[in-house]
Design a protein around this ligand. Structure first.
Ligand SMILES: [Zn+2]
Length: 250
């Protein structure tokens, strides 16, 4: 054990004793989760899930049907897992020239897409205490210090809190490759870092064939320049028309 310290619970004012190295502690009187920061004690909040699993999968399918995604991704993507999670974010309320500005930053280190650009949840935040039902979601523990954001925040501090943000993590397989998306469990937005794009393979094949044809025509130019120029013209038109076909059909 390190040094013991004590704060007042921000909800019921009971004294809460904690180890100085601890950042998160539960009030033994009202069972509120309290987080401890250099600037004082604060609440945890949580945003309830507004999107259930069925809706999350539906949102994924609609997203997968978008024009930039691989053809039939919405039908062919095999869902490998859907996980319900609460991701911790710091909510900073700042006074910027007399106007309130809210900034969200991740409190947990993550490689998941979208979690660096979350927006304030559309629903009311609930105080995260013993009575809050997490509905079987996995709670991801905060592992980034709140103070690490001090230098990049605008204006002056007004209020800060830790918010558990509802997310669905959906894994899917397409062409034997695994991908992941994050669905905002509050507003239903879909985030993705990498996804199968429309016919990039077909474009590469067209470009490759065009390249090979140009090399052959380049060699031919040493023998007959006029013939090589005509063939090069044909190749350019051919590549263009094929690319157009790929864009429309594949
Ligand atoms: Zn309390």
């Amino acid at each position: 054990m390190g040094n013991l310290a004590s704060i007042k619970c921000p909800k019921c004012a009971a004294p809460v004793t904690f180890d100085a190295e601890t950042k998160f502690v539960k009030c033994s009187y009202c069972s509120s989760q309290v987080f401890i920061d250099r600037s004082g004690a604060g609440f945890y909040y949580a945003a309830p899930f507004m999107v259930d699993e069925t809706n999350a999968v539906g949102m994924f399918r609609r997203w997968a049907a978008g024009s930039t995604k691989a053809k039939d991704l919405d039908r062919l993507a095999q869902i490998a897992g859907v996980k319900k999670k609460y991701f911790p974010v710091y909510m900073f309320k700042r006074d910027v020239n007399g106007k309130e500005q809210v900034v969200l930053e991740p409190a947990g280190s993550t490689t998941l897409p979208g979690l660096h650009s979350l927006k304030v949840p559309a629903t009311d935040l609930k105080i995260f205490d013993g009575s809050f039902d997490i509905g079987g979601a996995e709670l991801i523990k905060p592992d980034i210090e709140m103070t690490s954001y001090n230098d990049q925040l605008p204006g002056k501090p007004k209020e800060q809190a830790l918010v558990f943000f509802p997310i669905w993590k959906l894994d899917y397989v397409f062409n034997q490759k695994r991908y992941e998306v994050v669905i905002d469990g509050s507003a239903g937005e879909v985030f993705s870092a990498e996804f199968p794009t429309r016919s990039s393979g077909a474009y590469m094949a067209v470009a490759g064939l065009g390249f090979v044809a140009f090399i052959a025509e380049g060699l031919l130019a040493a023998v007959s320049l006029p013939l090589a120029l005509v063939l090069m013209g044909v190749t350019v038109v051919g590549v263009f028309v094929t690319a157009l076909y790929v864009a429309r059909r594949m």
